[in-house]
Design a protein around this ligand. Sequence first.
Ligand SMILES: CC(C)=CCC/C(C)=C/CC/C(C)=C/CC/C(C)=C/[C@@H]1[C@@H](COP(=O)(O)OP(=O)(O)O)[C@]1(C)CC/C=C(\C)CC/C=C(\C)CCC=C(C)C
Ligand SMILES: [Mn+2]
Length: 410
Amino acid sequence: MAIILVRAASPGLSAADSISHQGTLQCSTLLKTKRPAARRWMPCSLLGLHPWEAGRPSPAVYSSLAVNPAGEAVVSSEQKVYDVVLKQAALLKRQLRTPVLDARPQDMDMPRNGLKEAYDRCGEICEEYAKTFYLGTMLMTEERRRAIWAIYVWCRRTDELVDGPNANYITPTALDRWEKRLEDLFTGRPYDMLDAALSGTISRFPIDIQPFRDMIEGMRSDLRKTRYNNFDELYMYCYYVAGTVGLMSVPVMGIATESKATTESVYSAALALGIANQLTNILRDVGEDARRGRIYLPQDELAQAGLSDEDIFKGVVTNRWRNFMKRQIKRARMFFEEAERGVTELSQASRWPVWASLLLYRQILDEIEANDYNNFTKRAYVGKGKKLLALPVAYGKSLLLPCSLRNGQT
Ligand SMILES: CC(C)=CCC/C(C)=C/CC/C(C)=C/CC/C(C)=C/[C@@H]1[C@@H](COP(=O)(O)OP(=O)(O)O)[C@]1(C)CC/C=C(\C)CC/C=C(\C)CCC=C(C)C
Ligand SMILES: [Mn+2]
């Protein structure tokens, strides 16, 4: 059995997370590297319109069926993911009615101070890799903040498996081992200190394993797939690698007690924020991903715009490219808009970091425009000044009443 031990030059982690034994995948390097960019296409072909152009209805209103090239009706990715949203929302509602904290093993055999150290380490990693977001978490209650750090670190480590410096050595079997390790930590047998922080977190919050499994599935898909035929395929990928983060986070962030929104609608918004972030990430990184042989943009939309893989490899900004990009940006913004309604429904102290991350990530789209759509050789980057300005704006927005109280139920 292969042992994958990656660390040494890692500025992120220390001895505690480097324990390795046969057959267990070790992922202790958290070097700042880039994930290949990602994508999605809306299965509304049956309606004859693009939802992001016509005003995006709630997922339940979308056609649940898409048509495959053979003309057969198939369940769309959007519908499949919406089923996950419904399941997660139902679980949350059920678990909030049961005494969760008593029903689950506490702290999973970790000594109290060991767990504190584990959470602190997660906080340090989070601070190192996502400074602004880390600052935002400081407004949350201590328990929530630690939980978000633990989730962040698990996601970051998972992402690093396929996106980090050792990505070339990662095989589907290694991901299977990572998933086994996930199952172990969910049943109170964490493998290392950072896993223990997540074990502690799931013992305190009603978090389900499915979004975590699905993120690993996204990493599997990254290993085997370098093209996406249409937005439906891209949507699924975005759900796997980023929508899942939204679903993991809601049970920790909590819904405002005064909110009148349904749990499903809050989960849908969280999903939308993950999708919006990932679409933005993909649009920012077109050139970088192409240099790694990856094109996440929907192939059918490229063809409709008169563009090919070759055009992307050449990396010349033409009017065709500008027009294509305008539509992609418009779609990403629609997902941000959908997410906005949900942020207001979160518990008050959770809203600020989420608003901050939404505003900051969305600004990357403005920067792509400001670069005249040259995302081949220019990285869209939000400057320090704009970043700083987003923080008070986000704070102001976090004070607003939930949308469901302003406009009736969402
Ligand atoms: C407050 C807040 C934002 C909480 C989420 C914190 C958290 C657990 C983040 C984990 C992020 C992570 C490491 C995901 C792994 C996969 C990945 C890297 C996805 C990309 C993130 C951007 O990272 P970066 O720019 O560093 O990308 P590179 O790896 O360098 O390419 C993603 C684009 C997706 C991240 C997705 C989110 C942060 C989802 C946000 C949604 C919520 C927090 C739900 C909010 C709730 C409502 C109701 C709106
Ligand atoms: Mn990455």
